[in-house]
Write a protein that binds this ligand. Structure first.
Ligand code: 5GP
Length: 190
């Protein structure tokens, strides 16, 4: 029988450095595919339908919910939905591809629940809330109110960290990258 692919799930509060770590993983470990989620948000500059996301109208997204097509979906921001389509994930796993998920905390836990031992769930932890606040401020995209909201949400999300298979503290970036890569390689070799 053909070998099934595995799932590697990354979840983190925003500002923890998850996207940077996921990018570095792709540069350093071969044989991984990015899991393309569906979303109702509009594409940003340079984003391509089917590559970063499947960009769907809200009615279409809701029809997928009704049909039970999602492994999980979340209203990550008010009015904006994100979800993992079963069909996409299963078709790639069935041809032996390993899939990397960049997904919010609740979604990450649900995907792990659904796939069990076939999945490795990683929580990317900022060193502390002050550092997280500084990183978010550094982006220059937040107002005081939105910054506080993100920090409050981060505190809540961090309370779920223990439910993940593994926690990587992103204090020193290169150390965190090496830790992520070695954990992924070990998981794939099992
Ligand atoms: P962005 O709009 O910046 O690409 O992503 C916003 C957030 O949605 C990120 O935290 C990302 O991890 C999360 N996200 C992306 N895809 C999914 C998904 O399929 N399900 C869930 N629950 N969250 C997702």
């Amino acid at each position: 029988m053909k070998k099934m692919g595995k799932l590697i799930i990354f979840s983190a509060p925003s500002g923890a450095g998850k996207t940077t770590l996921v990018r570095a993983l792709f540069e350093r470990v071969d044989g991984l595919d990015f899991s393309v989620s569906a979303t109702t948000r509009k594409p940003r500059n340079g984003e391509v339908h089917g590559r970063e996301y499947f960009f769907l109208d809200e009615e279409v997204f809701k029809a997928h919910i009704q049909n039970g097509d999602f492994v999980e979906y979340e209203e990550v921001y008010p009015g904006t939905f994100y979800g993992t389509l079963k069909r996409e994930v299963e078709s790639r796993l069935s041809i032996g591809r390993h899939l990397v998920f960049d997904i919010d905390v609740m979604g990450g836990l649900k995907v792990k629940d659904f796939f069990g031992e076939q999945a490795l769930s990683m929580f990317i932890m900022p060193p502390n809330l002050d550092t997280l606040r500084e990183r978010l401020q550094g982006r220059g995209t937040e107002t005081d109110a939105s910054l506080q909201k993100r920090v409050d949400k981060a505190r809540w999300e961090m309370s779920y960290a223990e439910r993940f298979d593994t926690i990587v503290i992103n204090d020193h970036l290169e150390t965190a990258i090496m830790e992520v890569c070695s954990k992924v390689k070990e998981f794939l070799s099992k």
